[in-house]
Design a protein around this ligand. Structure first.
Ligand SMILES: [Zn+2]
Length: 181
């Protein structure tokens, strides 16, 4: 094999390995919202593969979310199982994670799972992030089961920090609301 071909082969292997890593990360679920993977949640920012090393950059979601360490450990274990000797997981604080990062597909999955998805913060008339948040929080919470807006907050903290527990007066069921952030 000449040198050019060899370089090409190495580059292809690295692309395959990178795709393999992304695929594996799609299997790592958020411990609090098992219907979404870390890839769905856009928590995984980037993946870099070099021989037996892999570096994964993650954006922390809810500050102080107790699940962060658990997620890191799961990512490490998952990638070690693919044969990587060195797995580096770094949290990046360069950009703020927002529930607006979630795709429509991810919101649909949440609803199907019985969680009221976060409302979009992208309200053009809002002045700044705080105002957008306040407006989003003030919007009616739609029951994921029957679509009713006749819902009320049951407890300030839902089952977890990132969620709030709601009750639907129409269908009489409790559900979690994913807080907008
Ligand atoms: Zn309902």
């Amino acid at each position: 094999m000449d040198q050019k071909k060899q370089h090409q082969a190495e580059a292809n292997t690295s692309i395959d390995r990178t795709a393999e890593v992304w695929k594996a990360l799609e299997e790592v679920r958020d411990p609090e919202i098992p219907v979404l993977s870390l890839v769905d949640l856009k928590i995984i920012q980037s993946v870099e593969v070099a021989e037996d090393r892999v570096k994964v950059e993650m954006v922390p979601t809810f500050a102080g979310c107790p699940a962060l360490n658990m997620m890191r450990n799961e990512v490490v274990a998952k990638l070690q199982s693919l044969g990587f000797e060195h797995v580096d997981v770094e949290f990046t604080f360069h950009r703020r994670w927002s529930t607006d990062d979630l795709s429509e597909e991810a919101l649909k999955k949440l609803r199907a799972f019985g969680i009221a998805p976060p409302v979009r913060l992208t309200l053009p008339e809002a002045e700044n992030h705080i105002e957008r948040l306040q407006r989003a929080v003030a919007q009616p919470v739609v029951c994921p089961f029957c679509g009713s807006t006749e819902t009320k907050l049951d407890a300030f903290f839902g089952s977890m920090l990132c969620k709030q527990l709601y009750f639907c007066m129409t269908c009489q069921q409790s559900f979690d609301r994913f807080k907008p952030l």
